[in-house]
Design a protein around this ligand. Sequence first.
Ligand code: CP
Ligand code: NVA
Length: 318
Amino acid sequence: PTARKLFHLLVDSDLAPEQAIALIDFAAHLKAQHRAGEPQHHLLRGKTLAMIFQKPSTRTRVAFEAGMAQLGGHALYLSTNDLQLGRGETIADTARVLSRYVDGIMARVFRHADVVELATHASVPVINGLSDLVHPTQALADMLTIKEQFGGWSGRTLAYLGCANNMAHSLALSGALVGLSVRIATPPGCRPDPVIIERARTIATRTGGRIEVATDPYEAVRGADIIYTDVWVSMGQTVSDDVLRALENYRVTPEIMAAAAPHAVFMHCLPMFRGQEATAQVADGPQSIIFEQAENRLHLHKALLVELLSDAGPGVLR
Ligand code: CP
Ligand code: NVA
């Protein structure tokens, strides 16, 4: 086999479009295999993943940890409070030391620069498990969920309502990679990062996707196949009262869903605050696929881990 080169997944666009699609297909394969009860224990036997968490997690932690177990490997949950990082040891030293013990590092951080710093000094692959800038493992798993739902991405439109946060950025980037159209509708006080939008648009010109930034929620959802929203206040962020008031118009309600395509689905990365960014009627209604999304984190993470930590997969990141 070809020697594996050091590959970090810090931002969705670290993947080329072909790599993103092949990774998602491999995740679908592992999902089918897992459901059929076929053995997967050999894929990462003897491998260890260190998981650094600067903030809480349910899905990311459990999906990576269970994924490593299913693949025959081991995952370590390391909260910053328990690591020497919490007492001032540098990220660089932490990266160098962990690289001597484990085969990969996953990190959930406040500042995106921290996960970049970790990758700069690590000699094993680093995966971004959410930063203030992006949430690539979520958005890539969401692309699998969308493909399962619609058979593909081409000609489909995802409308994101709310503040342009890490989730909106990753949906623009991952959406661009697979050729999805993404419309982001935000109040004036929380527009997306123009650098991310530019990058997503550049990718979209190659893949047939389209990235639009808008203000009017009803215009954004018109004819859309997927309505996506996220919390109004992300972990570690503050939002002004003006923006919070403005966000009232971006709540996903049955009226918003009625303005989308008749077959539209509702998506949310979770955790969610019912009654705030979406009503319970929508979140728990027949159009909601939020738990399919949560499940697909497991399968996407497993595909990523096999590709990054071993030579046992199709080699899309080699
Ligand atoms: N969606 C997601 O990343 O959830 P957690 O914060 O529970 O990991
Ligand atoms: N935007 C949210 C996503 C949580 C999974 C946050 O950063 O808190």
